[in-house]
Ligand binder design. Structure first.
Ligand SMILES: Cc1ncc(COP(=O)(O)O)c(C=O)c1O
Length: 386
């Protein structure tokens, strides 16, 4: 299969796989055990934390491993809200972008049920949060802003740094889901200014089922789990082989980051040119300026053609694309990001996402475009005969 769904997950790198099996075989101790095997495992955890934290400009002491960003988003948001409740229990307002990942939107639903007032921030047509309108939404009772760094469906960058600066002046906490940004663009948590940030290993050629959150040490958070402590944010046995492989995958991303960014940017240009040259070119969603758009994600739609249909036809033709975030696929619901951008229900159903990574290159594009062109033309000629 020609795999174009790297935003959903990535294959593990050889180095990460090798590390996983080596650590599973040789460092099998429980990292909480005090004997030699436990200590050896704990050393792997500490060293891995350092590598991953360093990639965020942070200290390993403030990084906490979780089972992935879904859990990370949940735990980080609850930790920040707990700290707000301790400081000022009168605050009850949360701002969130309407195109956050499903894992954040579901937390918001739960918070509404718990009595929080969740307000979704207005977006510009390219999917970016409008900073001026956001300022107007912030009030004295605003406790938290939840905003991702890169949108997983459109690939637009959100102005997290600017928003965190505003938020800090108003004593508002900021949680940032950085899953689609980590390892692809430089992140420095100090410069970004968010109070918590989530990342996930399987988006960067690491294993599935492991992620991390960084928590600002200045925040007096308390963990969601009853047995959480300042040392152990999430209780449970640490997944040492996954953690070690996560660190190796992180290293690989950081080493290649600049070159890979330029390569994928060029790849996206070629894609856009090739799609634009089709007899029935698609509508490209997301930001037009590369300053606001990740090259790793390309969201688009062919008017009148269901995204689900194109995805299935591409699958038959050996090309793996998606209709949006993997958590929402299979629900038969129109794409959430498209609806949040004010697209009609029909337009939202047309959405498809191509996402790029290390496994494919420019030479493949004409071949893939030809397959897509055949599917699209067949569809349009079929529709026009009715
Ligand atoms: C932006 C974003 N946040 C969170 C997640 C969830 O990550 P995980 O699969 O590690 O739970 C994803 C995965 O699709 C994502 O793209």
């Amino acid at each position: 299969m020609i795999y174009l769904d790297y935003a959903a997950t990535t294959p593990m790198s050889e180095q990460a796989l090798h590390t996983y099996t080596k650590v599973a075989r040789e460092y099998y101790g429980n990292a909480s055990s005090l004997h030699e095997e436990g200590t050896r495992a704990q050393q792997i955890v500490t060293a891995s934390k350092q590598v991953i934290a360093q990639a965020l400009g942070a200290s390993g002491r403030h990084l906490h491993f979780v089972s992935g960003a879904t859990e990370g988003n949940f735990l980080a948001i609850y930790a920040l809200l707990e700290s707000v409740k301790q400081q000022d229990p009168s605050k009850n307002h949360i701002l969130c972008s309407p195109i956050e990942h499903d894992s954040v939107l579901r937390v918001m639903n739960r918070l509404v049920a718990e009595g929080w007032e969740v307000e979704y921030m207005p977006l510009l047509d390219n999917g970016r949060v409008c900073i001026d309108q956001l300022k107007e939404c912030c009030t004295e009772s605003t406790a938290l802003i939840a905003l991702q760094l890169v949108n997983s469906e459109l690939g637009t960058y959100q102005p997290v740094g600017e928003i965190a600066e505003i938020a800090r002046k108003m004593d508002i906490k900021v949680h940032c889901d950085a899953v689609q940004a980590f390892g692809k663009i430089p992140i420095d948590v100090q410069a970004l200014g968010a109070h918590s940030l989530s990342i996930s290993a399987h988006k960067i050629y690491g294993p599935q089922g492991i992620g991390a959150i960084w928590l600002d040490p200045k925040v007096e958070w308390s963990g969601f789990f009853p047995s959480a402590t300042s040392k152990k944010f999430r209780p449970g046995t640490l997944a040492v082989p996954s953690i070690a492989a996560f660190a190796v995958a992180t290293k690989g991303m950081i080493e290649d980051m600049e070159a890979e960014f330029v390569r994928v940017q060029q790849l996206r240009e070629v894609w856009l040119e090739a799609l634009g040259g089709m007899p029935n070119p698609p509508i490209i969603e997301g930001a037009k300026s590369s300053a606001h758009q990740s090259p790793f994600i390309l969201g688009l739609r062919f008017p009148g053609m269901e995204g689900q249909f194109l995805m299935l036809e591409c699958d038959q033709a050996g090309v793996g694309i998606s209709t949006g975030s993997a958590c929402q696929s299979g629900t038969d619901e129109p794409n959430v990001s498209m609806k949040a951008l004010g697209r009609s229900e029909q337009e939202a159903r047309e959405f498809v996402r191509f996402s790029f990574g290390k496994g494919h290159d420019v030479e493949e594009i004409p071949h893939i475009i030809e397959k897509i062109r055949t599917i699209v033309e067949r569809h349009y000629s079929h529709v026009s005969t009715f």
